[in-house]
Design a protein around this ligand. Structure first.
Ligand code: NAP
Length: 266
């Protein structure tokens, strides 16, 4: 199997690096990106640099399209004649639907729409996938297995992409905002910026692992920290009085609404 990537910037580069680590033997990699220097790191890991997007599309069985959404039509126009029914094209372009990809790619090649979140850049992503009708179940499972080494993979209906983007795509911004606020509180209480940030990072990582390992409801995990007449319940009461949960839910719903509008616009 030859895995090809067109557009090796932040996301394309991270996906190829992750797949290089996880794909095992029997896979060959090739790539083309506009600024050739960006491929130096991948070339050193065995990725063959080709001289055009078309060449990658001709050589690859599984093609990752990782250019910006506005660049997708131009690239697909260039490579569509190489996109035959025996290949698979996966696009990570935000807001570009399977039907648009099918229209722009000539309609023969099976398609995958994939939405990663930014932690995919460090190999801890959450990936949503939707597959075109002409992609067999067997190939869809192969692709899911390939990406499972890069993070959590879920298959969703295409109509849920805006919801996924509002919750998980935008999710790092919500989590970083919470981390930044906690870190700022730590500085206010006299910890250094560095110590505060490090402690908050470890706190969030520890909570994520605890949530993963525990069968208890998240509300129970929260209650377990709140001793009667203790200090945590005083802090949690402030969150509840100020409507913390409602604010977070409203943020996700607002992002979802914008995502739905963007799907219509693009
Ligand atoms: N970054 C994220 O967290 C994230 C999350 C979800 C989805 N995505 C999706 O991932 C895609 C890429 O985003 P990104 O953040 O990785 O952007 P990026 O860092 O700008 O990468 C895009 C790459 O494509 C290259 N490129 C542009 N036109 C090209 C062409 N005609 N042929 C070959 N290569 C071309 C660019 O080359 P130059 O270096 O010369 O500009 C750049 O290296 C977008 O569609 C975005 O919606 C990204």
């Amino acid at each position: 199997m030859v895995i090809g990537c067109i557009g090796c910037g932040n996301m394309g580069g991270a996906l190829v690096e992750g797949l290089l680590r996880s794909a095992g033997s029997g896979k060959r990699f090739c790539a083309y990106t506009r600024t050739a220097a960006r491929l130096a790191g991948l070339e050193a890991q065995g990725v063959q640099r080709l001289s055009s997007a078309l060449e990658v599309a001709q050589q690859a069985d599984f093609l990752l399209l990782c250019v910006k959404p506005a660049q997708v039509p131009g690239v697909l126009e260039e490579i569509s004649r190489a996109l035959t029914a025996d290949k698979v094209l996966l696009s990570v372009a935000a807001g570009v639907s399977l039907s648009k990809l099918a229209r722009m790619s000539g309609g023969l090649c099976p398609l995958v729409r994939c939405m990663p979140d930014t932690p995919a850049l460090v190999g801890k992503g959450v990936f949503a996938f939707a597959f075109s009708d002409n992609l067999s179940r067997e190939r869809a499972e192969e692709i899911l297995a390939l990406f499972r080494n890069l993070g959590l993979c879920i298959e969703i209906a295409e109509s849920q992409f805006a919801a996924f983007s509002g919750l998980i795509g935008a999710g790092p911004a919500y989590v970083f905002a919470m981390m930044q606020a906690l870190s700022q509180a730590g500085v206010t209480l006299g910890f250094s910026h560095e110590a505060s940030r490090k402690m908050v990072q470890a706190l969030v990582e520890g909570c994520a692992v605890m949530a993963e390992k525990s069968p208890e409801h998240l509300a129970e995990l929260k209650d377990n920290v709140c001793s009667p007449h203790g200090l945590t319940i005083e802090g949690v009461n402030v969150l509840d009085r100020r409507g913390f949960s409602g604010i977070v839910i409203d943020a996700v719903l607002a992002a979802n609404a914008r995502g739905l509008a963007m799907e219509q616009e693009s």
